[in-house]
Write a protein of this length. Structure first.
Length: 445
């Protein structure tokens, strides 16, 4: 792969996940009481816009790229529209928190902005994958080093806001207390009230600006044209992608991806309360969870070597079992040091399953349905899995809550067991071809 192409694809991934990393962490608690003040159902509408967009995108946005529109141009248009919507969202929030808040904000304008942003942003996750795969020479070797810049982008966007939203007037100078104490104070002394909400508003504005930058940068990416089908039976790329689920190994992978996506989203639901319960100070929880993001960079870097050495099936099994080990340790060894250390497996879970999945999908699905094939699995990873998780795990937690105390030892064995079940399914029934769809009765037959 040419160095110039590698640099462009890396910048694309950096900005793609910078956008998401800028606004998502700051959205927690921002829509409800103490901030914008929306009701529970209104907050639900804002929070569900992203996974719903993943489901819609499978049928429309990804189809459009595969059949009608050059991928880099679709990326530019989508980020321009989605970025503009996010800028409006952030500006309205910033304006609302200037001086004394006026009347209650108009929910439907906020909802329209968030829905438009998500509707245009979510398909671009599949599109950036498709652009990368179209322009790298060896997906197993090259995709990891390109994709790891997405993780770096997320960190570059989300971590600074931890410090931007700190109340520096109450934090001692580094020279006075030492680094560890200073960092603990910085993490544990956030702004409150209106200054906090003004700062969070800038996270949404930052995401909008980054979207517009990526919209412009997309026009410099390698040209990735659509591939219109000459066969009317294959005019719908998403349907062509779904037809390949008739192959047993892909159907098994589809089921396992749903399980893994549900378990993966459960980590974010359980982590905050569990880590605090086992003794991790509340101001250190965010860095403790970020251990996995740092590990993700390393595992992405070695993913090509692991795939060459172990193959599809065992690489994915290790990725899925990472969830089993992490939740198993949390359930059976409730110790703050173990709980934090085992988070390094988060990077293994993502790189060895999700990133490997994207590479496999690109290899075995028809190239003229490349984006829709990515979208088919993002439908699970970003859509159905999270939606299921956000119903399933809270209900299970309610069932294992006694006298206002959560019985984590029993509760966390469920996601651990789900990960084990997914690994067993891969071990027994997942037998992918060694090279592409040709050895698995291609959909073109």
């Amino acid at each position: 792969m040419q160095r110039s192409v590698f640099l462009k694809l890396s910048v694309m991934m950096f900005l793609q996940f910078f956008i998401w990393g800028a606004w998502l962490p700051s959205s927690f608690g921002f829509f409800g009481d103490g901030a914008l003040g929306f009701d529970a159902w209104q907050q639900f509408g804002l929070n569900i816009a992203f996974p719903i967009s993943a489901i819609i995108g499978m049928f429309f946005g990804n189809q459009f790229v595969d059949r009608n529109f050059a991928a880099e141009k679709f990326l530019a248009v989508s980020h321009f529209i989605g970025g503009t919507a996010m800028l409006v969202f952030g500006y309205m929030a910033w304006k609302h928190f200037q001086g004394e808040p006026a009347a209650a904000p108009n929910y439907w304008i906020y909802f329209a902005c968030m829905a438009i942003h998500c509707f245009f942003y979510v398909p671009t996750i599949s599109v950036t994958n498709a652009i990368a795969f179209s322009n790298i020479t060896d997906p197993q070797k090259d995709f990891g080093p390109v994709r790891l810049w997405g993780t770096i982008g997320w960190i570059a966007a989300s971590w600074p806001f931890i410090f931007i939203l700190a109340d520096w007037s109450k934090i001692p100078a580094l020279s006075e207390v030492g680094f560890v104490t200073w960092l603990g104070k910085a993490l544990g002394t956030p702004l409150t009230g209106q200054p906090l909400n003004q700062g969070k508003s800038w996270a949404f504005i930052t995401a909008g600006i980054a979207s517009l930058i990526l919209a412009a940068f997309s026009l410099t990416l390698p040209h990735t044209p659509p591939k219109p089908s000459t066969d009317e039976k294959k005019s719908l790329a998403w349907l062509e992608a779904m037809r390949l689920l008739k192959h047993p190994f892909l159907l098994v992978l589809f089921v396992v991806t749903f399980i893994d996506a549900t378990v993966h989203d459960g980590f974010f639901f359980f982590a905050f309360t569990y880590l605090e319960k086992v003794g991790v100070p509340s101001n250190w929880i965010q860095p403790a969870m970020s251990v996995g993001q740092i590990a993700e960079i390393g595992t992405m870097a070695v993913l090509g070597y692991v795939l060459k050495s172990l193959g599809w099936r065992w690489t994915m099994i290790i990725g899925v079992l990472g969830h089993t080990v992490r939740f198993g340790v949390w359930a059976l060894a409730p110790d703050p040091y173990f709980a934090v250390a085992v988070n390094v497996l988060h990077g293994v879970c993502y790189a060895f399953f999700f990133a490997t999945l994207y590479i496999l999908v690109d290899e075995v699905f028809p190239k003229d349905a490349r984006t829709s094939a990515q979208g088919l699995f993002n439908f699970l990873i970003l859509g159905l899995g999270p939606i299921t998780a956000r119903y399933l795990w809270p209900e299970l937690q309610k069932a294992y809550t006694v006298d206002n105390g959560v019985q984590y030892r029993q509760l966390l064995l469920y996601p651990a067991g789900a990960g084990l079940l997914a690994a067993i399914l891969l071990l027994l029934f997942f037998h992918p071809p060694k090279t592409g769809t040709e050895k698995a009765e291609p959909a073109s037959a």
